[in-house]
Design a protein around this ligand. Structure first.
Ligand code: C5P
Ligand code: MG
Length: 190
């Protein structure tokens, strides 16, 4: 099984680049942001709490996210070719928990880090905000999300680098060229 943590700033293309990976390598795509947005749509009390956090660009508590991942692994990890973790882990604590959950199942994961210039991600997110309907794709929340990304998510790269499981990718420019850069790395790993 090839499990990929697709990491990168908001707007770096994690969701976009997951699509060709699913097609080319038959991987399962787990977008934790999408799962959270589904919970919001359901209108549940939990969804309302999540909505408030996401609208401010803040994170849902680690315990909730880790439980969500554990459930996914329990229901979907059997006989699948691999999982793309899109949007998780977002904190070092989540990264440690993921290692533990994967270890328990004799699995591991590599990190692909989409590196995109700050100006480009801001522009992409502002453009996406015109049609996404997402409460967090506005300029104030974008800045907050980027600040939190640098502070809490970026340190995870070092964790995977030290484990020898780290693959940075230039995520600037044309979608298809970026997809090709990723494909070259992944095809050496499968
Ligand atoms: O991954 P995505 O950008 O879709 O996530 C949207 C929002 O969902 C994040 O900005 C954050 O508020 C929340 N989230 C989270 N913890 C995760 C993934 C997403 O709190 N692991
Ligand atoms: Mg996404």
């Amino acid at each position: 099984m090839l499990n990929i943590i697709l990491c990168g700033a908001p707007g770096s293309g994690k969701g976009t680049q997951s699509e060709p990976l699913v097609r080319q390598f038959g991987l399962e795509h787990l977008s934790t942001g999408d799962v959270l947005r589904e919970e919001i749509k359901s209108g549940s009390p939990l969804g309302q709490q999540i909505d408030a956090l996401i609208s401010r660009g803040e994170f849902v508590p680690d315990e909730h996210m880790i439980k969500l991942i554990e459930q996914f692994l329990d229901t979907r990890a059997d006989d699948c070719k691999g999982i793309i973790f899109d949007g998780f882990p977002r904190t070092l604590n989540q990264a440690h928990a993921l290692t533990e959950l994967l270890n328990q199942r004799q699995l591991n994961a590599v990190m692909i880090d989409l590196q995109v210039d700050e100006q480009e991600v801001i522009q992409r997110l502002i453009n996406r905000g015109k049609t996404s309907g997402r409460s967090d794709d506005n300029e104030a929340t974008i800045r907050e999300r980027l600040a939190i990304y640098h502070q809490r998510t970026q340190p995870i790269a070092q964790y995977y680098r030290q484990r020898g499981n780290y693959y940075p990718i230039d995520g600037n420019g044309d979608m298809q060229q970026i997809a090709e850069r990723i494909r070259q790395v992944v095809s050496r790993l499968v």
